[in-house]
Design a protein around this ligand. Structure first.
Ligand code: 3H9
Length: 708
């Protein structure tokens, strides 16, 4: 028996333990080891039943995702196919009880479904998350799950990819019993109960499949919801097709159908991109000069300065993670308004079923409103979220330096300002760091962690660790204007406005980018965030603009008219009382007039040009950021843009997307734009170099840079 699989006995019960840390993935050797152990149990007359369990913190979290590249090229390293193992388990003469704790995900759940019985610890999670990797269950999951859970539940689990709790799994018949206390002891006791009785094979349990016609409404509704909620993704639709096949085809034919779809998905660009994102989200947590063992500072109490939209959202993020937080404002009216916003946000979450009232009541107790710095001395970390102006921020940091205890982390939520200059207002720049949350802070997953020149490694390690606790993806960035995300986004917005000024309609620009897969069009995003925000920043930095270089102007003109976006009922679009966008022909007319005054020639603009300009402009800037060292790796940029700016994960992020288009092609197109539109399109030297040498961003490695 290999080290990956252990075979032990408890009287007449054989116990097979999978031991492949950290998550017991089905790496090469695991299926072979299980098959060998099942054969051993069947060969031994004294074995009455088998329990299969995971060692460590989990059952099995799925196929080994690192193996997929080999599988794609037909060079899988294992000697046994996983689906074949499942058939052997199902055909075992000795009944097999799957004992689940931690996660049974993907291939892990498929393994469990092939057993004759399943028992689970109360905290276990079960799911088919393959669609999140651009795949579908590839080892009979779409065929066995509906036989246990029913068609509707199986469709939801396979197409949406979200796990269910053990209690829900029990309710839907995926699990036969919940075990309190010691799982293995409970599973062995269960195995003794069922030993010697006829063991049900999941493949034979057809009662819940119903008649094909009965389920057609379920499949139609699932396809409709998928096209809306997972726009542009192919795997969820394939998953629905595969579950539908379970209702129409005999088991083995259904499995073959599933396999074909699985392989199609595995070879797709979407799956390659989503797997890149999966590993990328873990990679960004690894900072080359800050090892895992770096000590961190415990954060048990926090404080937030500023109870505006961002400050209130940040306070909620801490409260949601169970961390008590003080929320300070300068006057009673602003504080009350901030607390009322928080209460309204929580009430909406209860109404939408995201949180229970009890959860919300407990969270609200953790947020303590404050009008002074009293109590700040007890905070382990303070996040400043005041108005975006350097003078004010420096004043706040000077105050924090006086009121906070030595060793407390002082963080700024600035989205553009120089973190070193902010830190210079304190006597402890090594404890100052940028924590750039994205709006709405309690929803958006991204947290840009800005490394100042003097920020200590302990403070960075703490911020990275804390981001996980807060449910965020923390990405370390260097201290440049706009950091990584906003620095790139600036180029994206600029192009979208230029395109409108050159003759594209507002709707044409937004639709083109939505069709590309962006969560929203750039102009609609401007309306949501408030056009005045960028306007104010542009005014602050006007002195840095290079004379003679074209600047986008239409959004500033709209602001001059008081059209700030959703909050004023009009921006690029008009908004009704429910903040639904309605196209406003007047805007297109106004822009035509402003363009004529500015002498900008008007023309027909293709969808292709809209997408290329809006996507390649931030990619070009991303290349500069990478070369200058303000992002550690291309994947850091991808994770930022996906989680903070709505870039479609199934395209892998902007840098991955550029690689998939081919950097030479991207470079040539940028050169075309440069010839037409001038120096703002000058290719980044790194892009030029890679295009000329035929290399992708993915092969870029840094020897030095701003954060090295
Ligand atoms: C599938 O099963 C297809 C089937 O239908 C069969 C087809 C034939 N493989 O996330 P963490 C690594 S598709 C390889 O930080 P957590 C991860 O990269 C698969 N590696 O821990 C990390 O490595 P490192 C369906 C994996 O506690 C380390 O383990 N399954 C895998 O926050 C720790 O991971 C899924 O999609 C894997 N399957 O979260 C589940 N999983 O330390 C994917 C993890 O070097 N996994 N690693 O950075 C997860 O969702 C989370 O990892 C999990 C644990 C919730 C399990």
């Amino acid at each position: 028996m290999s080290d990956l699989i252990q075979f032990t006995r408890d009287g007449g019960i054989a116990i097979i333990t999978i031991n492949n840390p950290p998550v017991n993935a089905l790496s090469p050797g695991v299926p072979e080891g299980i098959a060998h152990a099942i054969a051993q149990a069947n060969d031994d007359d004294s074995v009455q039943a088998v329990v299969l369990v995971g060692a460590g913190r989990t059952f099995v979290s799925g196929a080994d995702i690192k193996e997929f590249a080999k599988m794609r090229s037909g060079q899988a390293s294992g000697t046994m196919s996983f689906p074949d193992l499942l058939t052997r388990i199902e055909n075992s003469r000795k009944p097999v009880v799957m004992a689940i704790h931690g996660n049974a995900l993907g291939g892990g759940l498929e393994l469990a479904l092939a057993g004759h019985y399943r028992v689970a610890a109360a905290a276990a999670q079960l799911g088919q998350p393959e669609v999140k990797l651009g795949l579908i269950p590839g080892a009979h999951g779409t065929q066995r799950l509906p036989r246990l859970a029913g068609v509707a539940k199986a469709v939801a689990m396979c197409a949406e990819g979200n796990p269910i709790s053990a209690a829900e799994a029990l309710k839907f018949g995926v699990v036969d019993r919940l075990i309190e206390g010691d799982l293995l002891a409970g599973a062995v006791a269960f195995a003794r109960e069922i030993a010697g009785k006829p063991a049900p094979r999941t493949r034979d349990r057809n009662e819940k499949l119903g008649k094909p016609d009965e389920s057609s409404a379920i499949f139609a509704a699932a396809r409709g919801a998928t096209r809306k909620k997972q726009r542009g993704m192919m795997a969820p639709l394939a998953a629905i097709d595969a579950v539908e096949a379970a209702t129409k085809l005999p088991f083995d034919e259904g499995c073959q159908f599933e396999r074909r779809l699985f392989m199609d998905c595995l070879r797709s660009d979407q799956s390659k991109a989503l797997i890149h994102v999966f590993f990328g989200e873990r990679e960004v947590g690894k900072i080359p000069d800050i090892p895992k063992e770096t000590p961190t500072i415990p954060v048990n109490r926090a404080a937030v300065v500023g109870a505006g939209t961002m400050g209130g959202g940040i306070a909620m993020v801490f409260a949601n993670a169970g961390i008590a937080v003080l929320l300070k404002e300068v006057d009673r009216e602003a504080l009350d308004r901030g607390m009322a916003n928080i209460q309204r946000n929580y009430a909406n979450s209860v109404a939408r079923g995201r949180f229970t009232q009890q959860f919300v009541d407990e969270r609200l107790k953790l947020i303590e409103p404050a009008l002074s710095y009293d109590g700040f001395a007890d905070a382990d970390m303070v996040i400043e979220a005041v108005f975006e102006g350097m003078a004010l921020k420096k004043q706040v940091f000077a105050d924090l330096d006086r009121f906070c205890r030595p060793g407390a982390i002082l963080a700024s939520n600035t989205s553009t300002l120089d973190i070193d200059e902010i830190a210079s207002a304190t006597s402890r720049p090594e404890f100052v760091v940028g924590t750039h949350f994205f709006s709405p802070a309690n929803v958006m997953r991204l947290l840009e962690i800005v490394r100042g020149r003097k920020t200590s490694k302990e403070v960075i390690a703490t911020a990275m660790q804390l981001s996980k606790k807060l449910g965020k993806v923390g990405v370390l960035v260097g201290n440049c204007r706009g950091f990584v995300g906003n620095r790139m986004f600036h180029h994206y917005v600029r192009e979208s406005v230029f395109l409108v000024e050159e003759g594209a309609t507002v709707e044409a620009v937004d639709n083109a980018l939505c069709d590309f897969g962006m969560a929203m069009g750039p102009l609609a995003v401007g309306d949501l965030a408030g056009l005045d925000v960028g306007w104010r920043i542009r005014k602050e930095y006007r002195h840095l603009e290079k004379p003679g270089v074209r600047q986008a102007m239409a959004h500033d003109r709209l602001c001059e008219m008081g059209r700030f976006g959703q909050k004023t009922g009009a921006g690029w679009y008009k908004y009704d009382a429910k903040r639904q966008a309605v196209p406003d022909p007047e805007v297109n007319t106004l822009v035509r007039r402003w363009a004529a005054e500015a002498g900008i020639p008007q023309r027909e603009i293709s969808t292709e040009e809209i997408v290329d300009r809006c996507v390649y402009a931030p990619i070009n800037e991303g290349a500069r950021i990478l070369e200058e060292g303000f992002a550690l790796r291309p994947v850091d940029i991808d994770i930022i843009y996906i989680n903070g700016y709505g870039f479609p994960a199934y395209r892998g992020g902007p840098m991955w997307y550029a690689d998939s288009v081919g950097l030479k092609k991207v470079y040539d197109r940028i050169r075309e734009f440069e010839a037409k539109h001038g120096e703002i399109w000058q290719p980044a030297p790194l892009l030029e170099h890679l295009a000329e040498t035929g290399k992708p961003f993915a092969e870029f490695t840094r020897e030095q840079g701003a954060m090295a």
